[in-house]
Design a protein around this ligand. Structure first.
Ligand code: TRP
Length: 455
C-alpha cells in the first residue's frame, strides 16, 4: 500500500539520496551569498554564534517536525495540513508555503542569474589580472544594472529549474545533487585554505569568529533566526514536500541532523573564504555589502585572481555555485508544483511550466532593482522582497508548523511517525520542549519585534 503510493507520486532512491537532495535544497546561495552578507551587516561573529544556536535549537527541531508531517501524510504542504486537520484553516499555512516558495524563487532566481553571468564572465577572462575591490565592485554594478542581460540570465535559471522539475523526483532532482555537491565542498575547502593564508587574514578571522557580546541585540536575533530558516529551507513546506517521497524505513532524526550539519558547515566555510579575503583587501569593509547587492560577487573574484590557476578555479567555482543554487531553486518550484499535481490533478509538466512562468515575471522587478529600472531601484524591490519573505513569512511559517505539530497534531503522533526507522530517539525530551515552547516563544518574540523595522 505504502509502496504503491510512493511509486505513483515518486520516491527517493535511498536514504543517502534523500539527505543529498534535502541538503541540496538547504545548501545554496543562502550559505554562500546571504550568510556572509548577514554576518557583515549584523556585527560579525556574534551573528555567527546566534545563528548556529538557532540552527541547533530551533532549525533542527522544526525540520524534524516538517519531515514527520511530510512522510506521515505523503503530501504537499496544503495536503499535509489538510490530511491531519481536515476542513480547518490550518491549510492556509500550506497555501502560504505554496505562494511563498514561488515568491522566494522569483528573487532567488535573480541572484542565481548573477552567478550564471559570473560563470560566463569568468570564462571570458573578465577576472584575469589583479582584481581590486574597486574594479570588482565596478564590474558587479555595471552587470547588475544591465536589464537585458539580467532578464536573460533569470530566464535561463527559471527555464532550467522548470525543465528539471517537469522530469520528476528521481530523474530530475536526484541526479543533480548526487555528484556535484561533494565537488562543491572540496572546492570550498581549497579556497578557504587560500583565504586564511593571505597576509592579514587574522583580522578577518577574528572579526568572523570572535564574538563581541556587546553587539548582541534584537536585530541580530531577528536576522540570525531568519537566516537559520532560510538556509535550512524551512517555513514554506519544502521539507514537508521532500519528506513526502520517503519510505517509513528512513531515520528522520539522523537525516535532519546531517542536513543541518552540512548546511552549517558550508556556510561557515563560505565565511572563512570571504572575511580573511575582505580584510586583506584595501578599500572595503564588511558593512558595504548591502549597498552593492551582495558580497559574494565582489569578493570571490578577488580571491580567484590571487590563486595559481585562478582562471580555471574561477570557472569551476561559479559553475558549482550555479549548481548549488539550482538544487535550491528546484526545491522551491517543487512545492507549488506538488500542490497543483496532488490537489488540482494537473500534469507535472503543465504545473512546472505555468508556475515557472509566474516566477519569471515576478522576478523581473527584483532583477531590475539594481540600476536596471529606476523605480524598482528606488523601491529597493529585491531587498524588500527578501525582508518580507525570507524573514517574516518564513518565521511565520515555522511558527505555525511548530504550534501545529506541538498542539494540534500533537507530539505523541509526531513521535510515533519519527519512531519508524528510529525506535530509540534519544533527544526526545529536548525536541518536545523545543517544539512546544522554545521555538514558538523565540519566533513570537522576533515577530513582535518586526514592528521596530516597519516603523
Ligand atoms: N535554503 C536555500 C539556500 O540556502 C534556499 C531555499 C530553498 C529556501 N528552498 C527554500 C529558502 C524554501 C526558504 C524556503 O540557498
Amino acid at each position: 500500500m505504502e509502496s504503491q503510493e510512493l511509486d505513483k507520486r515518486g520516491r527517493w532512491g535511498s536514504k543517502v539520496v534523500f539527505i543529498f537532495a534535502a541538503a541540496g535544497s538547504a545548501i545554496g546561495l543562502g550559505n554562500i551569498w546571504r550568510f556572509p552578507m548577514m554576518v557583515g551587516l549584523n556585527g560579525g561573529a556574534i551573528f555567527v554564534l546566534v545563528n548556529i544556536l538557532a540552527i541547533i535549537l530551533i532549525g533542527f527541531t522544526v525540520m524534524l517536525a516538517a519531515f514527520a508531517m511530510g512522510r506521515h501524510t505523503k503530501k504537499n504542504p496544503v495536503g499535509a495540513y489538510n490530511a491531519i486537520k481536515p476542513r480547518s484553516p490550518w491549510k492556509l499555512a500550506g497555501y502560504m508555503g505554496v505562494f511563498g516558495s514561488a515568491c522566494i524563487l522569483s528573487f532567488y532566481g535573480v541572484v542565481a542569474g548573477w552567478a550564471l553571468g559570473y560563470f560566463y564572465k569568468t570564462i571570458g577572462g573578465v577576472f584575469k589580472g589583479d582584481i581590486t575591490w574597486q574594479s570588482s565592485d565596478a564590474i558587479f554594478s555595471s552587470f547588475a544594472g544591465r536589464p537585458l542581460e539580467i532578464i536573460f540570465c533569470l530566464f535561463v535559471i527559471i527555464g532550467l529549474t522548470t525543465f528539471v522539475i517537469s522530469k520528476g523526483v528521481r530523474a530530475g532532482i536526484e541526479r543533480w545533487s548526487k555528484i556535484l555537491m561533494p565537488v562543491l565542498f572540496g572546492l570550498i575547502i581549497l579556497l578557504a585554505i587560500r583565504a586564511v593564508t593571505l597576509p592579514g587574514a587574522a583580522t578577518g578571522l577574528s572579526y568572523y569568529l570572535k564574538p563581541d557580546f556587546s553587539k548582541f541585540n534584537m536585530t541580530v536575533l531577528f536576522f540570525a533566526v531568519g537566516q537559520a530558516f532560510f538556509s535550512l529551507s524551512l517555513g514554506l513546506g519544502t521539507m514537508i514536500t521532500y519528506a513526502s517521497y520517503l519510505p517509513k524505513s528512513d531515520n528522520l532524526v539522523s537525516s535532519a541532523g546531517w542536513v543541518c550539519f552540512f548546511d552549517s558547515l558550508i556556510a561557515i566555510l563560505a565565511g572563512i573564504i570571504i572575511f580573511p579575503t575582505l580584510f586583506a583587501t584595501p578599500g572595503i569593509t564588511p558593512d558595504k555589502f548591502e549597498a552593492s547587492g551582495g558580497l559574494m560577487f565582489q569578493v570571490f573574484p578577488i580571491i580567484i585572481s590571487k590563486i595559481p590557476g585562478g582562471y580555471f578555479f574561477g570557472i569551476l567555482f561559479f559553475f558549482l555555485i550555479l549548481v548549488a543554487a539550482l538544487t535550491s531553486t528546484i526545491s522551491m518550484l517543487e512545492v507549488p508544483v506538488a500542490y497543483f499535481v496532488d490537489e488540482r490533478n494537473w500534469s507535472r509538466k503543465k504545473a512546472a511550466l505555468l508556475v515557472g512562468l509566474f516566477c519569471f515575471f515576478l522576478g523581473l522587478p527584483s532583477g531590475l532593482s539594481h540600476g536596471g529600472v529606476d523605480i524598482f531601484t528606488k523601491w529597493n524591490f529585491m531587498k524588500n522582497m527578501d525582508l518580507l519573505f525570507s524573514n517574516i513569512v518564513l518565521a511565520l511559517g515555522a511558527l505555525i508548523i511548530a504550534i501545529f505539530v506541538g498542539y494540534v497534531w500533537r507530539v505523541k503522533n509526531a513521535l510515533k511517525e519519527i519512531s519508524f526507522g528510529n525506535p530509540r530517539f534519544k533527544l526526545k525530551p529536548l525536541w518536545v520542549f523545543n517544539i512546544k515552547f522554545l521555538a514558538p516563544v523565540v519566533i513570537i518574540i522576533i515577530l513582535i519585534f518586526i514592528r521596530t523595522f516597519a516603523g
